[in-house]
Each structure stands twice: as C-alpha cells, then as structure tokens.
Design a protein around this ligand. Structure first.
Ligand SMILES: [Zn+2]
Length: 386
C-alpha cells in the first residue's frame, strides 16, 4: 500500500514505520526524543507523526492528506499541534507570550520560518540571533495545556533542538513531562544527544536518526532536472544533510566553476579575459574576499572551500587516484593539466593552510592577513613547483 505523507521524507523509512506501528497499536508514549544530525529529517518526521496521529481517515500507516486535520497540518496551523523553537527576546518581552515582544520585522521573520516549512520541511527553524528557547514559550504552553481542550485526536508539542532550552524552560518542561496531560505527545529533537540530561532521557523514548543514506539522496536528486555533474557534486558535498542538499540545489555551479578557474589562473599568473594578471590583482582579490567575509560570511567560506576542493581533486590525480573520487569530475581535464604541469606542488601543505584559514576566519583573526599569507604562499609554491 502506498504511504501518504504530508511532508516529504527522504529515507528514514524504518523510523516512520516504527512510529506508525505505535499509532496503529495505540502504544503512544508521552515523550519522544528524536536525536540525529542536522538535515536528517527530525522535524519532517515529527510533523508527519503529528499528521498521522490526527488524520480523520487514517489507514494503517497512511494519512489521507485531504481531511480537515491533514489540511491544517499541511498549513502548519493545526490547533492540536505546537511547534516551539528558539526565538529572539524582542524589545519588550512578555511574561508568557514569546511573540508579543517582537518588532514587526522580527515577527515577519518568525512567520517566514513557518511559511518556509510548509514547502520545505527540511528548512531551518532559526531566527537570526536566537540562541535559546525562552521560558515565555513554555509558560504559554503551560497555559494552553491548562485552558484549551482538544476536541479530537492528539495534542502534539514539538520542541526543536531541546539543547537550546534555557535552564528555567528546561525545568518547566520536565515538570510537564512528569505529569503529562491526557492525549498529549511531546516530541523533542536534538543534534546533541550526549548533552541531554538523564532526567529528560528517562521520560522520553529515544529515536535515533542517522544522516540520510547516499542512495536516498541520489534518488531525490534524480527527481530534479539538473545535470549529472551537479548531482555528483551535491551528493558528495551534502554529508547526508537534506538542508545542505537544498542549499546546494540553489547554487549556480557553472558560475562557481568560472570563479574557481579564474582564481587558479590568477594564482598561476595566466591571463583572465585576455588580460595578463599581476600581483596587484592578487592584492585586489584579498580585498574582495575580505569585504565578502563581512557582508556574506557563508559565501566567503564557500569560496575558500571551492579552492580547497580543487586542490584535493588535483592531489588525487597527482597520486594516480581514481577519477570517481573527484568532486569536480566534470573539470577533470583541467585538473589533470594542472597536476601534470605543477608536478612538485606541495598539496598537503597548502590544503592544511586553507583549512587553517577557514578555521581561523571564524575566530576573529584579521582576515586580510590570513588571506595574504595563503594567496602569496600559493603563488610562490606554484612558481617553484613547475
Ligand atoms: Zn487526513
């Protein structure tokens, strides 16, 4: 029988059938702790679980997708289901309403996070600058549990990243879990199972999620209208993380190829757009990268990673490794040419230096001097390694 799910689920079928079997047998625990790495589908699973618990026409492990409850689930505005995640405090925080103190921009951001979730259940539940699940969230929850009655189905409280509960919020949740209201299921998620206190573990059934298997990611990518080389690259870069897959799907790989090729041309002192490159261009590049680090840090790191991946590929070719291992398989001819020309290039040394640059960039080290050291080093090594 075809299983209907309201939210896309990539892989993790075993967990899904285990949970739906609990529902079928009426063996529903008060608390679940979904533990696993980012992008493994914990929230997607939690939403589907809430969906199947509440579907009016549930059949075995399948929800109908069209009943009133399923429609509300799809819209993420089911009265039985609450989704709690870290939010910012706002200018005028309220005692028991986490949204009351938000500015209109912040509120808009909050709404956008929920709207994104409707179309992509792997999207991030993260407000800029939010570090904790505020106690006001849990106070509001307590009030709701006390005063609002559920008319049908199950109340499902999803708490995203329980490691972000502040101490007060944490203790408050613990009290609720000790004396849970009727027909209520708590689903906590975590990326850091090792720091979840035993008091929570003893009240929850732990469900472990693994990173998504490569073949599942490939199956998903095969449904997309993209080139084979892009599929290869995404499946190698994503680490089984669906959130990363979606980010990578939005990237313009051909543009990135041009950028990384131009970077190496510049380092080699070759022409770009028929103009010879000089040391002045290297200095300009350092400036460009440094300002990028300020305006779009992720993009800055991405650029350094592209340079890193190119070198790792060249190293594989240089030691006669298999082409199958390359990230940039589609650039293999250019990489081969590079590796055969710069025979003595100290790959490991420069790869270490790039990794160090990436690491130090996040530690408030002065970025222009990090980049200066890296780029001038690469240039010098290229000259010496022909
Ligand atoms: Zn339904």
């Amino acid at each position: 029988m075809k299983q209907n799910k309201i939210f896309k689920l990539i892989g993790q079928e075993k967990i899904y059938s285990k949970l739906t079997t609990f529902v079928e047998r009426g063996m529903i625990a008060t608390g679940y702790l979904f533990a696993g790495p980012q992008g493994s589908g914990k929230i997607s699973m939690a939403l589907n679980f809430a969906g199947i618990l509440n579907c009016e026409n549930r059949q075995e492990n399948s929800m109908c997708g069209v009943c009133d409850s399923c429609k509300k689930m799809k819209n993420i505005n089911h009265p039985n289901v609450q989704l709690i995640f870290a939010t910012v405090r706002g200018k005028k925080p309220s005692f028991d309403d986490p949204l009351a103190g938000l500015s209109s921009d912040e509120f808009e951001e909050y709404q956008e996070i929920l709207a994104n979730l409707k179309t992509n259940s792997y999207s991030s539940l993260k407000m800029q600058g939010a570090k904790q699940i505020l106690i006001s969230n849990i106070r509001k929850l307590k009030k709701d549990l006390l005063y609002s009655k559920i008319e049908y189905g199950w109340r499902v409280i999803i708490i995203n990243l329980a490691e972000q509960l502040g101490i007060e919020a944490f203790n408050s949740i613990l009290k609720i879990l000790e004396e849970p209201p009727e027909k209520t299921v708590f689903i906590l998620t975590t990326e850091k199972l090792s720091i979840i206190p035993a008091t929570i573990l003893s009240r929850c059934q732990v469900v472990k999620f693994n990173a998504i298997a490569d073949e599942e990611i490939r199956k998903y990518l095969d449904t997309k209208d993209i080139e084979e080389s892009a599929k290869n690259r995404i499946s190698r870069l994503c680490d089984g993380n669906m959130r990363k897959v979606n980010e990578l799907l939005n990237r313009d790989f051909s543009k990135e190829d041009t950028k990384v090729l131009n970077f190496w041309r510049l380092m080699m002192g070759s022409k770009i757009d028929n103009k010879p490159t000089t040391m002045l261009d290297v200095t300009k590049l350092i400036n460009d990268y440094s300002s990028l680090a300020k305006t779009d840090y992720n993009e800055y790191i991405n650029k350094l990673q592209l340079i890193l991946f190119w070198l790792r590929d060249a190293q594989i070719i240089a030691v006669n490794g298999s082409e199958d291992l390359l990230i940039n398989v589609h650039l293999v001819k250019k990489i081969q040419k590079f590796a055969s020309y710069y025979k003595k290039f100290p790959y490991s040394k420069i790869i270490d230096l790039i990794e160090e640059t990436i690491e130090y960039s996040s530690k408030n080290v002065y970025i222009p001097s990090l980049l200066g050291k890296l780029f001038f080093n690469i240039r010098e090594q290229l000259i010496n390694s022909k």
